[in-house]
Design a binder for this molecule. Structure first.
Ligand SMILES: [Zn+2]
Length: 415
């Protein structure tokens, strides 16, 4: 292996089978498709966590569902073609995720393409006779052009990987990857002349996968030995800053009903958080409660019910805070609740109409997502995050079931 620096990230370092399993499981759980009834579902429901290339009938069955083989083959092909940094690998895998239908297939669907029989095959889907010829012309390469030789790309995982990494290197896709430019890597692979994102097939999913691969790579770039300084994050003192740091770790969102999972401090309890658990842990850090309480948004609708659920009177519902002319303060807790659903989060800071919120948000994101994205709020969802919403926008005061703001009081800790 290379002598370049390594650390907690995947720069200059092979994946282990366990790494790759975890990464693929996380990304499949945190990306979504619409089912026949147009309901949003985890990709992991359709392509089960530990199934791999299960829709690829041409490869040996011993290569299906075999993470050891995939790990070995990916590591080898990455090392061979200079796909060695976190940024390179994240962009490769995000594009491969879409090209291979979430690691289930090695060839493009359909048989009516104008480039038949040289349709998309392999990890990055090399396409058109010109690419099949160019690959075959390299000394030492298998001949995948002529006759039915193209079938080799779908019957061998090594060739599926090697054609992919060859295409990547030949087209200098690393140049876009190292700038973390997902449009650049996506278009080079799918539509080199594209000037707009809608011209790239599957662009939204490439982008969604890119965000989630970054999270799965230990929150790239923050812990990356190559790129950590790209975008340094700094945190000040106090409980709100502690919560912001936690939010920025993008902890998995999952709604949990088990009290131990919502109130304890072991790994299992801390690896998944929903919105109200995140707020209850904030109230505990602040000292409003001695232990973490199991309170859900259904209890957070009035001052009385919230106080009862917490077992503390040190929280007020602010009078008139449900009105649109109300201005919240740092540390306030917002709540909306309607039949069957609710959401809550913490006000980190206020800048005019922009309210920075710390929250754990589910798979649908917020009702003010465009604003959040345009104002440097975190664009991934199904995790904890720092978001930026309009004070009276759809995520806050205009939301159905809006209850306004609650304010902790009489605590000794620095907010
Ligand atoms: Zn790295």
């Amino acid at each position: 292996m290379s002598k370049e620096p390594t650390g907690e990230c995947f720069c200059n370092k092979d994946f282990t089978t366990e790494d790759l399993k975890r990464i693929i499981r996380d990304v499949r759980y945190n990306t979504f498709y619409r089912d026949a009834k147009n309901r949003k579902q985890h990709i992991s429901l359709m392509h089960k966590d530990h199934q791999l290339f299960h829709a690829s009938n041409d490869i040996p069955s011993s290569d299906q569902n075999n993470f050891d083989r995939l790990t070995e083959i990916l590591n080898t092909s990455f090392e061979k073609r200079g796909i060695t940094k976190c940024s390179h690998k994240i962009h490769y895998l995000a594009n491969m995720y879409v090209e291979t239908q979430y690691f289930s297939k090695l060839e493009e669907d359909g048989n009516n393409h104008r480039y038949m029989p040289y349709k998309g095959r392999g990890f990055i889907h090399i396409t058109w006779d010109t690419n099949y010829i160019a690959y075959s012309d390299v000394p030492g390469h298998e001949n995948i052009f002529g006759g039915t030789n193209y079938k080799k790309v779908t019957s061998s995982l090594e060739l599926a990987a090697d054609t992919g990494s060859w295409f990547w290197e030949t087209n200098k896709v690393n140049e876009f990857a190292k700038k973390d430019d997902i449009f650049g890597t996506s278009k080079t692979i799918n539509a080199p002349k594209a000037t707009k994102t809608h011209q790239v097939n599957g662009y939204k999913m490439r982008r969604a996968a890119w965000i989630k691969f970054k999270e799965a790579f230990n929150n790239y770039p923050y812990n990356c030995v190559t790129d950590a300084s790209k975008n340094p994050r700094e945190y000040g003192e106090g409980v709100l800053e502690e919560m912001r740091k936690w939010a920025d770790e993008h902890v998995q969102y999952t709604m949990e009903s088990s009290t131990p999972l919502r109130t304890k401090f072991d790994k299992a309890a801390l690896e998944k958080l929903d919105c109200s658990e995140f707020v209850c842990r904030y109230l505990h850090k602040l000292g409003i409660t001695d232990t973490v309480k199991h309170v859900s948004t259904g209890d957070m609708v009035t001052q009385e019910s919230f106080r009862t659920a917490l077992g503390s009177n040190n929280i007020d519902h602010i009078d008139n805070s449900e009105k649109s002319d109300f201005m919240p303060q740092r540390g306030d807790i917002f709540v909306w609740r309607k039949i069957g659903s609710g959401h809550t989060g913490i006000v980190h800071s206020i800048d005019g109409d922009n309210i920075t919120i710390l929250e754990s948000i589910g798979m649908n994101g917020s009702s003010d997502e465009n604003y959040n994205n345009e104002n440097e709020g975190y664009e991934g969802y199904n995790c904890t995050r720092t978001s930026v919403y309009q004070k009276n926008g759809g995520a806050l005061a205009s939301h159905a079931g809006w209850k306004g703001y609650f304010r902790p009081k009489n605590y000794a800790k620095q907010l």
